[in-house]
Design a protein around this ligand. Structure first.
Ligand code: ZN
Length: 330
């Protein structure tokens, strides 16, 4: 059998994609939800994170508030409690740094958290998934990226109602968001969500996913063009918009996961988790939709209010308040 030029190109392209993925990505388990994902290696994430942060600083020159600003101190104080609780829940080392300052974990409790059936709860909140039973933690969740980390938390002086988690886990809260939160529990909802993204390495996962989807798209476009079909152009446009839609849908799923992890973190830090759904519903509303990167505020609230989810968070919260320490999530 003779290989035509198109087959050689396809073989070379497919081989390059497989080799790049094997070298740059790892299958890992997400802490708190137990979901498996394919994410960039920690080394590559750190290097890309440094580069991305330098670009972010250039773009926002003079807008990052100094660490001595009361608004930054407030955000740093809530973030310290959230990260200390995360360190305890994942049974990491007892020390971590936040903006260069040493922080200590909360006390460890002797209870073990139930493994959250993330897929089932997502489905009930309107997110599609396959109904597969979850297994126990034979494959431990990945926590190497969180161990003895120097966390960085900043306030960006803009009126935007937004917060973000950057590649490598730097967290930025916009001043406009601080203006609409009424208390530290509401702020903890937002910081918990951003720390949730860092815990689950969502950007490192998103980059691999995007790389694989773009590779598949390029391969399909190449196949359609080389067939010389007159409807190729229409097919290519259709595939591009499908890719956009798929990418956004995946992103919404990661947002929902960050909401869940954030809920467990705020409860572990001693903030009432019942505050979180109200924040998403009343303060961070919005319609959402298939082309949106975030689920609507209503959907986010509904997912967190599910009895299985909220009762679990309330139990974690009660144990912390009763002085029993933070239960194990690993
Ligand atoms: Zn988010």
């Amino acid at each position: 059998m003779r290989f035509c030029r198109r087959n050689w190109v396809a073989l070379f392209f497919g081989g390059s994609v497989v080799c790049t993925t094997i070298c740059c990505a790892r299958i890992q388990r997400v802490p708190y939800t137990g979901r498996f994902h394919l994410a960039l290696t920690e080394n590559i994430e750190d290097k890309l994170g440094e580069y991305q942060w330098q670009e972010f600083e250039k773009e926002n020159k003079g807008k990052l508030l100094p660490l001595s600003d009361p608004r930054t101190i407030r955000v740093q104080s809530v973030a310290t409690k959230i990260i200390a609780a995360m360190n305890s829940g994942l049974r990491l080392g007892t020390e971590f740094k936040i903006n260069g300052h040493l922080g200590a974990s909360r006390d460890f409790g002797d209870k073990v958290a139930q493994y959250f059936n993330f897929k089932s709860a997502l489905a009930e909140a309107g997110f599609k998934h396959s109904q597969k039973r979850d297994r126990n933690f034979i494959w431990k969740p990945a926590t190497k990226h969180l161990n003895q980390r120097n966390w960085e938390v900043y306030v960006l002086n803009t009126p935007e109602v937004n917060a973000s988690c950057h590649l490598g886990g730097r967290i930025v809260v916009c001043n406009g968001l601080l203006d609409i939160v009424d208390n530290d529990a509401e702020l903890a909802t937002i910081i918990g969500h951003e720390v949730g993204h860092a815990v689950a390495r969502h950007i490192a996962e998103g980059i691999v996913r995007l790389f694989l989807m773009l590779s598949a798209l390029i391969a399909l476009i190449y196949a359609l063009i080389t067939t010389g079909d007159s409807t190729s152009r229409g097919n290519v446009d259709g595939l591009a918009s499908l890719q956009d839609m798929f990418s956004n849908l995946m992103s919404r799923r990661r947002e929902a996961e960050a909401d869940y992890i954030g809920l467990m973190l705020m409860a572990s830090a001693g903030y009432n988790p019942q505050v979180a759904p109200k924040v998403y519903e009343k303060k961070l509303g919005g319609e959402g939709g298939i082309q949106s990167t975030h689920p609507s505020g209503m959907k986010r609230a509904k997912l967190l209010q599910k009895p299985k989810v909220m009762n679990n968070a309330l139990a974690v919260y009660k144990e912390v308040k009763d002085g029993e320490g933070v239960r194990s999530f690993v």
